[in-house]
Design a binder for this molecule. Structure first.
Ligand code: ADP
Ligand code: MG
Length: 360
């Protein structure tokens, strides 16, 4: 977690990068504190890797107003002088060296004597639970173990910032979940700034202190995991964060963050306004997660009328499609097999779970 002294470790202001006619980064600014776990989240092609390459110095941006690491202007420094290391999805280990030699390599080229280098390398391997395999050849390791070696090799030189470009992408799901937890623990132990790239919203939410959501070379929204999960402020962010229901309405009143919207048929509902500058009268979306919708008693005074149009049993839960005066809605019910016969005539949700933002 970030401490109160809040030292900026990374400051990037207004970076633009073009590959020929493709604009990969369009006026992006971001910063990370010392010891912060910052995740850049976005679908393929949104500019995440380009951002990391600009930070690490592998790519010279078309323009940038400010690029600082640890308070030092690095915009004109070569990659080797920036004190940050990148871990890639492909492990990029040396196959002709064994595990410990791979990890010690970065220290040896920095001219550390071999006794010290081996000691530091063993310590780094210990942090990733791999010291017992120090003498193995790389070809004798599993994918997860190779990625641990790559991590140990990256942190052993104690960079100011560790850049991770979808490092768990090649691993299967179970292993990926375990490694997510281990990575966060490693980051906490080291107190190192991590800039982590992923296209998985779940991974971003699990691991990060702060998340930056990118689309088409721009930052769409940034904040803590809960801000992005519960308070998306655009259609893109809500869709990316998995909101199943994004309805069309019109804002007819607001009191602070609380908004009142009206649907084409006249139905009125409340929700939380997540995009501050929204005037009464404008077309808006009201978004609600399927799992936040509950069935109410048919005669409940609150809520809205609903009629089931289909249901899909998915084991742990059932996805139910509904017809309502707000439009078609999806709800997710956790009653298991009981759902097969359950009638639903009225539904509702907590006002806090419905978010309201502008139509793009
Ligand atoms: P991400 O990592 O989010 O998938 P990238 O940063 O790799 O996105 O790519 C952003 C955009 O820039 C994409 O449209 C991609 O096709 C383009 N791009 C990336 N690298 C190059 C390159 N070397 N030459 C031309 N276009 C590139
Ligand atoms: Mg990429």
């Amino acid at each position: 977690m970030t401490d109160s002294t809040a030292v900026p470790m990374l400051e990037v202001e207004d970076v633009v990068h073009r590959y020929g006619t493709v604009t990969a980064l369009s006026h992006v600014s971001l910063s990370a504190l010392k010891g912060e776990f910052l995740t850049i989240l976005g679908s393929s092609g949104s500019g995440k890797t380009t951002m990391l390459r600009v930070i690490s110095g592998l790519e010279r941006p078309t323009s940038v107003r400010r690029l600082r690491i640890g308070g030092v202007d690095v915009a004109h420094l070569p990659a080797a002088k920036r004190n940050c290391t990148t871990v890639f999805q492909s492990y990029a280990l040396f196959p002709h060296m064994n595990v410990i030699e791979n990890v010690a390599y970065g220290l040896r080229i920095r001219k550390m004597n071999s006794t010290d280098a081996l000691r530091e390398a063993h310590r780094a391997l210990g942090m990733v639970q791999l010291d017992s395999k120090a003498d193995r050849r790389i070809s004798q390791l599993s994918g997860g173990e190779r990625q641990r070696v790559a991590l140990a090799r990256a942190v052993v030189t104690q960079p100011s910032i560790l850049l991770l470009d979808e490092p768990l992408g090649a691993l299967d799901e179970r292993l990926r979940e375990d490694m997510q937890i281990e990575l966060v623990e490693l980051q906490r132990t080291l107190g190192m700034t991590f800039i982590y790239i992923t296209h998985s919203q779940e991974e971003a939410l699990t691991m990060s202190d702060r998340v930056v959501l990118m689309s088409h070379g721009r930052i769409v929204q940034s904040g803590g995991p809960l801000d992005l999960f519960d308070r998306p402020n655009s259609r893109f962010a809500a869709g990316f964060m998995g909101y199943e229901n994004i309805l069309q309405a019109r804002l007819i009143g607001r009191e602070g963050d609380l908004g009142l919207v009206e649907f084409p048929g006249g139905l009125r509902l409340q929700g939380l306004i997540t995009a501050p500058a929204l005037d009464t009268g404008t077309p808006v979306h009201l978004a609600i997660r399927a799992e936040r919708i509950s069935a109410l008693a048919p005669d409940a005074p609150e809520g809205i009328a609903a009629r089931i149009t289909s249901r899909v049993y998915r084991g742990k839960y059932t996805d139910i499609s509904l017809d309502t005066p707000a439009g078609p809605l999806r709800m997710r019910s956790w009653h298991g097999a009981q759902d097969e016969s359950r009638e639903i005539r009225r539904i509702g949700w907590s006002t806090n779970d419905a978010v309201i933002f502008a139509v793009d």
